[in-house]
Structures are given as C-alpha cells and as structure tokens.
Design a binder for this molecule. Structure first.
Ligand code: GCU
Length: 633
C-alpha cells in the first residue's frame, strides 16, 4: 500500500505531546456561544489506522479520517482510489455521552474512536476571536477543523479549548475528533481504578466567541481579612494597561483600575455590610461583572470564608460538621453513559440535601462537570474536589508529575469561583514512599499558590494495632484537613458489634474527615439472620449503625463522606450474583432505590442538623465550648 504523505499529517497525528491550552476561559459556560452537542458520526479505530500507517508512518489517504472532503464524492470522482472509511456514512450518535452507550458492542471497548460533524458558521466579525471548547474528553483527544490539526489534550476530567478563529470558514465547516481512552501506568489516573472508564466525549462542546482582548481568568473571593479580592488576567493585543472595572450590582460595590504590563489586575474592597455570606442554609449568589474594553466577563459567585482552627473546620468563622456522602460522576439508570445533565445531577443532589439532610458532597475521584459544581453553589452543598491521583501512580516519572500539576491547575482555574468548593484534594489512597511524598508535596504547593482561600486535603489510609487506629501518614503535616478512608467491618472480618470500640489517635491537632467508609449491598437482597450475610441490605445497615457509633466517639472528627451515594459501574466488581460489574456500596441502587442503610445515615444527619439548629455553633472568636455530645443546655 503506498500511503500518500500529507505534510501536516505527521505533525497532527504523531501523537504529539499535549498541546497546552494557553488560555483559561474562566466562566466560559456563562459566555455566549454555539453548542456543537447533538448528532455526530462515529467510527471505531481499534488498531489506530487513522493515526499511523501499517509501518508506523503517517496514515495514508485511505485511512486518515480527518480529511476535509465528502468521502462519497471523492470516491465518485476517483473510482480507482481506495478508501477504508467514510465518516459521513458512519453511524450517528448523540454527544455528549460515552461510546459505551453508542451500541451494545461498545460496552467494554477501550481504544480510539473517531467523531465527525459539520456545522454552518457565519464570521464572528472584526475584533472577535472564537474558541472551540470541550468540557472534557476521556482520555486523549486530537482535534481537527476543516482537515487541519487544531490541537490535542490529555486528561479526562478538565476542560480545554483551542483558538480556531483562523480555521473557521463561512458556510459549512467540518470538525473531526480522535478520542483514545487507552491509558498507561504513566497516566493520571493509571489504568487500574475502581470505576468505569467512560471513553469518549462526556461533556459539552461549544464554540465560544470573545472580543480579541478579553478577561481570560478572574478569581473573585471573600478573604479571611473581610475584604472581597479580585485577581483578573486579560488576553489579547490590548491586554496591557487596559482600564478594568469590577461590579457587584446587588451590593452596590465597584472597583476600578488598570491592568499591568502583562494584562493582570488585582484589587480588593471591604466587604459591604449588606453582604450575605454563602452557606448550605443560605446559598446566596451574586452577579459579578468585570468590564474591560469590549469584553464583559460575568459569573454568579457566592462569598464565604473557610478556615481551620485547631481540630475544627470553620465556615464564615463558625465550626461546621460536614454531613456528607461521596459521589461518582454517573447518572441514575441501568446503562449510564456519564452524561450528567443538570437534571441528572439535581436528582442525585436532592437525595443528599433533602434525603440525607446532607450539607456536603465528595465529588470523587476526579473533577466533575462544571454544571455539577455550579449546582452545588445553587443548592447549598459544600464540595470536596479532587484530581485522579489514585492508587499506583508513577511517582518517579516527570511527565506524570507534569500531567498531575496541569490537572490541578485546570481544575482550580475552572472552579475557584465556586463558593461551594471548600477542599482541594491531591490524592486518594496512595501508598506511602519518599517519591510519593515529594510528588504530593509538589501538588500541595501548587494548590496553595493557585488558591489561598480554601483548604487542602488528601484521602489517606490509617494503620491499626488491635483496636487502635493510627493516622501516621507523613503527608498529614502538609494538609489542613486529614481525611481517612476506613473500612473495618467490610474489608476485615471484625464483627460489626466491635466497631464502636475502635479508638482513633491523631498525631496533630487538625480536623479529620472520614472520607470513605462503606459496605456493599445488593438492593432487594435481605437476610434476616442475627448475623446477616455481607452484600445483604441488613448487613450494610448494621455496618452503618456501628460505624456511626464509632464516629461519634472521635472528638476531632469534623466530617463524613461515606462511600457512596449510588451503586456505580466498576469492571473490578464481578461477583455474578451481587455485583455483575457494579460496585454496590451505594445507599441507593443504580436506579435510585433506597437501601435500608439510607435511613440509618439520614437519621444520624437529621439528629446532627437538629442539634446544630438548636445549639448554633458558637462564634469561633469566643473560646470553643468543651466537646460535649449531650444536648446543649
Ligand atoms: C477505596 C477507593 C474507592 C473504591 C472503594 C471500594 O477506598 O477509594 O475508589 O471504590 O475503596 O473499595 O469500594
């Protein structure tokens, strides 16, 4: 076969390293734009013939999926030409949504899939630029527009965008994506996780139009000094020395200034007395606008402070107990495709907020969709946000560290205006070693540099001596809040009755969150025996009762995010009777049916909520009362 070498092809598809998105496009979902969600052609490419020829060179004309043409027309013009693909006559699916849902045979497919669609476009006019923005792509995406390479992104859970102003044309445009879900031990996360890989495009695709000089990044927050601070960055030819103005109309607050030589502006003002601080009970959001030249950056932002004081977590200066649960990004239903529409997220958040009387959610184990963190702002759920530095990461690999650092920055820059987010977590259940400690300390340093208004944590493991549980991970010294995943009674043969007698010891005076505990239960499997079988609803319920008894005896425990709200897909869970490819630790089944344990946790949280309301936590400026679990006087 004589591949026809297309000069830019080697550039585009030689799996070039990550093409950094130079911009942030903060609050891009609030900007005017054009959705490219909807009908796309799709075609599998298991041996990646669209990426490389049979001897490894560039793909030939017969297999390069991104060529700017109507395949059938070309074949008509050149009957002797050989084409072994035709994107325009390939099947059609709806994006966003993982390819798992495209067809039954895609259930366990992991590899490369091509997508293509056309769209009509009218020029945005002078002084404008257009970005092609993806909410995310799992795991590596190569993007082409009208047959030209646009760029590539690696990492399944953060947004990325490319300036396509010069590539768009009036009339019909053709966009082609190559999405590859395969991961290696050097990736973040590595190949082995306890959740499904939802390969493909699982979040929205949009064309976002901005003025050629625009507010690319803006971080607006209430500082612990009682001042509202703004850090903004302009991008474009007039970014330097540009007059700029921040306004919060509902507060009658405004700040004016001028960007510096690099297009940056920082300023602050005393928080107006009328400011209503954001909290789970009062999730007040304000319209915030930043005007700079022709650009109007807008966002809806809540103002609150988060801090630690001794072994307490303070929200707006008052101690708070986090009544939470963990959650994967997976919608209700028997065949989820990780298409988390606002309605899908709201259905799950309602179970936390109203069903469980919760005020907190751990969005595990990776950054969730931006619509999810916005909804947490609106509904009043505090959020633990994390990057998928999970289990066995290649701690010694410089590229792996660079990938993790980029993910941290992409996640924080996307979401640091979300009042609901209170914790940035840098890792989950990672084995202790010098290389791992150095790797995670680098990430912690990045978090603190990007956002000094929130707390840093990581889900750690404890050690055990008999019934004494020790928190002795060296990383504790670097965290604001300790978090432990603990499963005594599930991943151990301890009798459930023994759980409340476990004693927890901490080497430091810091708050602790039980970031995970849980037990599997198949909804509808009941075992009335005095000692019910694991996987029965009765076992899970008793496990929760006993673990909550243990939790109530830990004086420095300030939050719970049990594992997990909903049963979720995991290829690691293949018991033919109880699991069938699902991790069954949910308090609700995959179709939303509540298990017995749901009521156990809900009752505990309702009592805590009632006690909180009857005895509002004292203002932290006064000495805290002794820890007294009995009803307040
Ligand atoms: C671990 C891990 C989770 C996993 C859970 C389980 O703690 O963090 O991702 O699903 O245990 O075993 O169910």
């Amino acid at each position: 076969m004589q591949p026809i070498t297309i000069s830019w092809c080697a550039l585009a598809l030689a799996l070039t390293p990550f093409t950094a998105s130079a911009q942030t496009l903060a609050a891009a979902d609030m900007r005017p734009g054009r959705s490219l969600d909807g009908a796309w052609h799709w075609s599998v490419d298991p041996y990646r013939d669209g990426v490389a020829g049979f001897h490894g060179g560039p793909p030939g004309e017969s297999t390069a999926r991104f060529q700017d043409r109507i395949q059938a027309d070309e074949a008509e013009k050149r009957p002797n030409a050989l084409f072994e693909f035709d994107m325009q006559r390939s099947p059609v699916t709806h994006l966003p949504g993982s390819w798992i849902g495209h067809a039954p045979e895609m259930r366990y497919y992991q590899g490369l899939v091509w997508y293509q669609r056309t769209f009509d476009w009218q020029p945005a006019g002078p002084g404008k630029r257009v970005y092609l923005r993806f909410g995310s792509a799992d795991h590596a995406a190569s993007v082409f527009l009208n047959g030209k390479p646009v760029g590539k992104h690696v990492g399944a859970f953060t947004p990325f965008a490319f300036d396509v102003t010069a590539l768009l044309r009036p009339g019909s445009n053709q966009i082609t994506l190559g999405v590859d879900s395969a991961r290696t031990d050097r990736d973040v996360p590595p190949p082995v996780t306890d959740w499904e890989t939802y390969g493909g495009i699982t979040r929205s695709i949009r064309l976002v139009t901005v003025p050629e000089t625009f507010v690319d990044d803006a971080f607006v927050r209430l500082g612990r000094d009682g001042r509202i601070a703004v850090s903004a960055r302009l991008l474009g030819p007039q970014a330097a020395g540009m007059p700029i103005r921040l306004a919060i109309p509902a507060l009658g607050a405004a700040l004016e200034g001028r960007t510096d030589g690099e297009g940056n502006w920082t300023a602050s003002l005393a928080a107006p007395r009328a400011l209503r601080r954001w909290s789970p009970d009062n999730p007040t959001l304000y319209d915030v606008e930043i005007a700079a030249g022709a650009d109007r950056f807008t966002d809806r932002i809540g103002f609150r402070t988060i801090a630690v004081q001794g072994d307490r977590i303070l929200l707006n200066g008052k101690p708070i107990f986090l009544r939470g649960i963990s959650m994967h990004e997976e919608e209700l239903g028997k065949d989820p495709v990780r298409a988390m529409s606002p309605a899908a997220t709201r259905a799950l958040f309602a179970e936390i907020k109203q069903g469980l009387h919760g005020n907190f959610v751990r969005l595990a184990h990776y950054p969730h969709d931006e619509g999810t963190t916005r909804l947490a702002d609106e509904m009043g759920l505090l959020v633990w946000s994390e990057v998928p530095v999970y289990w066995r990461v290649a701690w010694d690999d410089a590229d792996t560290l660079a990938t993790a650092r980029r993910m941290i920055a992409e996640n924080i820059r996307r979401d640091r205006n979300r009042a609901a987010i209170m914790l940035w977590s840098v890792a989950n259940e990672t084995p202790v070693s010098d290389a791992r400690n150095a790797f995670l300390r680098t990430l912690i340093g990045d978090v603190r540099a990007l956002d000094d208004s929130r707390l840093v944590t990581a889900a750690l493991l404890s050690t055990r001596q008999g019934k004494v549980m020790r928190i002795d991970d060296p990383l504790v010294a670097d965290l604001d809040v300790m978090a432990i995943n603990t499963y005594n009674g599930w991943y151990s043969d301890d009798p459930l009755a023994a759980l409340p007698s476990f004693e927890w010891r901490s080497p430091v005076d810091k708050p602790l969150i039980f970031s995970e505990f849980g037990a599997d239960a198949l909804h509808g499997y009941h075992d009335a025996a005095a000692a019910p079988h694991k996987f029965s609803e009765e076992y899970q319920a008793e496990y929760y009762r006993r673990t909550l008894e243990m939790a109530a005896r830990v004086p420095f425990l300030q939050g719970l995010s049990p594992w997990i709200l909903k049963d979720f897909r995991s290829p690691r869970r293949q018991h033919p009777v109880y699991q069938q490819g699902w991790n069954r630790k949910g308090l609700i089944s995959e179709t939303g049916q509540r298990k017995l344990a749901f009521a156990v946790l809900a009752e505990d949280y309702a009592k805590r909520e009632k006690a909180e309301r009857r005895c509002p936590s004292p203002n932290a400026t006064r000495p805290l009362p002794p820890r007294d679990p009995r009803p307040c006087p």
